[in-house]
Design a protein around this ligand. Sequence first.
Ligand code: ATP
Ligand code: MG
Length: 426
Amino acid sequence: MMKNIQSIRGMHDILPDQTPMWRWLEARISRVFAAYDFHEIRLPILEKVEVFTRAIGQSTDVVEKEMYAFEDRNGDVLCLRPEGTAGVVRSAIQHGLLHVPGLKVWYQGPMFRHERPQKGRQRQFHQFGAEVFGLEQATTDVELIALGERLWRELGLAGRIRLEINTLGDREDRQRYRRKLVDYLEPFRERLDADSQRRMETNPLRIFDSKSPETQAIMADAPRLADELGEEARAHFEQVKSMLDRLGIDYTVNTGLVRGLDYYCRTVFEWVTDELGAQGTVCAGGRYNDLVAMQGGKDTPGIGFALGVERLLAMLEAAGVAASQHADAFVVSQVGDADMLAIAERVRDAAPGLSLATALGGGSMKSQFKRADRSGARWCVILGEAEFARGEAAIKDLRGDSGQEMVALDRLPQRLQALLAADTGD
Ligand code: ATP
Ligand code: MG
């Protein structure tokens, strides 16, 4: 026998019984974005590889080992997007969207990283993200954080996701700090894990991200970037903190928070939960004032974040939030198939918004009723032979206790709509 073809490891189907929850979440997120006047942008999933190598940085996990890059038939090297920001910047430059300061965009969709699949970590996963361009004041940083806080509230997850913030200073601050950090680490070089030894040369700040306990212990006493900040970066961070205080948004300053991508500066933040084990970051972001220029655009500050949809869904599931989708009414029929279809079409014409299932495939009344029941529909429309001949149908309440009523066929759509309205009204 031929073996069934399976989906690619780490890339999951989202099945019909899961999509209602996805849509529930997506609707709430897009509503919150709209509340802050963010506009959606939709971009290709494939980009030229330079879009990411230039922006994200050569010595990051994403570029070093996680990208799905390949040569296409023309010999161009393309890449399935591992994240959203670099593509947004590419597009904003290409279409001149940055001429007016204050562009606010959001995106959603699949991202691709060749990581080891495990709980909370997939090779195709989904993000929602937001980016703001042309505004460098701390107000923007804080508004973006407030948006996140509001989102957790809207999702019923308030208090279960905490905010960590840090500042990475400006480029000169980081350069100065980098030398200090390397000097500090030099005597410990042999005791660092292999990745961290390599990062001594390429990207020493990232050593803070090491999961090796011995490296972590060494980093615990490392000098902190916070002590190397220039005046402006320091003032910026102070403003962020005092505005968060004013808005009543709790946070902790985590001086070891460096973020995985090279383009960040100044404010960085993560929204973290303890409910998901090791993969506890549900949302992460920060400022990237040099990124637009790095991509060839006019010097323009930017800030943004991305959230992981699967991790949020896992939290919602654990919290018992569920959404389902089923038809409002299910038609069972003893009359000819064409008559049944014609009536169903009339109902759909006259009752937009109503979801109507029909017993396609026919069968005995008993088996049709069984399907109606299993479908989860609230009402059953019964087209019996004798009733149909009189120009009538029955509507049966499958879930509540209103029993069964007869209705003239030409009044069927209105009656179903009235029942639906009464149902959603309470
Ligand atoms: P991590 O430290 O977990 O690898 P990251 O720093 O690589 O995260 P970002 O690039 O900041 O993650 O992506 C933002 C969010 O996207 C993460 O906080 C997480 O919720 C989600 N995310 C990132 N990688 C994955 C993945 N492989 N599978 C599922 N979700 C992911
Ligand atoms: Mg990662």
